[in-house]
Design a protein around this ligand. Structure first.
Ligand SMILES: [Zn+2]
Length: 267
């Protein structure tokens, strides 16, 4: 619920939050690993793998994506993701050879595409229509325990945002059905969240499963966001192997989650 697929002309499948698809001011989505099945094999597109480890491939695929989205003249900003809480405001467009370290990117500028790569971690899109500003966050368990989403919301507020008007979307990630974690992770969760109990599920097999999305929703709630401002897509990367890369399942590929502000005149 809440999401919609669309295909690019080269056969890539994108996923987006349906309520933002009609928005004229925001462009967002997630490049999945699915390919349009009706294309003959010789026409199959380049793999939609956005792993940053192979920077030339990443840059080429990002360039292709921007061309297909008709935003080839935009700048693009992304970062080496290090599972901490650094969020960059108005990052300069980067080249893959010299990436800043950050797990969140935000901007009030138009024509700047912000991207994070994920495979089980939670991509979180942030949109403040009033300011206006957009952002994207990469939240794994480490970032979640340290409060990456709150850090991003704090920056937005410092820029003049009224958080009661901000909306966030939590994209495909490993969900509580599949995210078995060890005691080291649980201990960090207990320390960061005194109210952790609903987010750790104990199965009869004596394994513990973490609700990473739930913890991020809790973070947003702590910063005053109402339920109606928070949109979890509830898609599990581990369960849906043909749609999403999953680190836990052994995939080396990465999904790209992106967002940018369109200028008022476009669309
Ligand atoms: Zn699952």
């Amino acid at each position: 619920m809440g999401y919609q697929w669309w295909t690019l002309s080269n056969g890539w499948y994108l996923l987006a939050y349906d309520q933002w698809l009609g928005q004229k001011q925001v462009l967002h989505g997630l490049v999945t690993r699915r390919l349009q099945p009706t294309l003959p094999r010789w026409q199959w597109p380049e793999a939609p793998d956005f792993s940053l480890k192979r920077s030339e491939d990443f840059q080429r695929r990002l360039g292709l994506l921007m061309e297909l989205l008709d935003i080839a003249d935009w700048g693009a900003a992304y970062a080496a993701q290090v599972h901490r809480t650094t969020v960059l405001w108005n990052p300069p467009p980067v080249h893959a050879t010299d990436l800043p370290e950050a797990d969140g990117l935000m901007t009030d500028r138009t024509a700047l595409l912000l991207g994070v790569t994920v495979a089980d971690c939670v991509p979180i899109w942030i949109y403040d229509q009033a300011l206006p500003a957009v952002g994207i966050v990469h939240a794994g368990w480490r970032g979640t325990v340290q409060g990456i989403l709150e850090a991003a919301l704090d920056i937005l507020e410092a820029q003049g945002s009224d958080l009661s008007r901000v909306e966030i979307v939590l994209g495909p990630s490993i969900q509580r059905c599949c995210y078995a974690v060890g005691l080291d992770v649980l201990e960090a969760v207990y320390q960061a969240y005194p109210d952790w109990a609903p987010y750790v599920l104990e199965h009869r097999t004596q394994r513990w499963f973490l609700d990473l999305v739930g913890l991020n929703i809790l973070q947003a709630r702590r910063r005053g966001l109402r339920r109606t401002q928070i949109h979890p897509l509830r898609l599990c990367t581990y369960c849906n192997g043909s749609w999403f890369f999953s680190y836990r399942r052994g995939d080396t590929g990465r999904l790209l989650a992106f967002i940018g502000r369109l200028s008022a005149s476009s669309g």
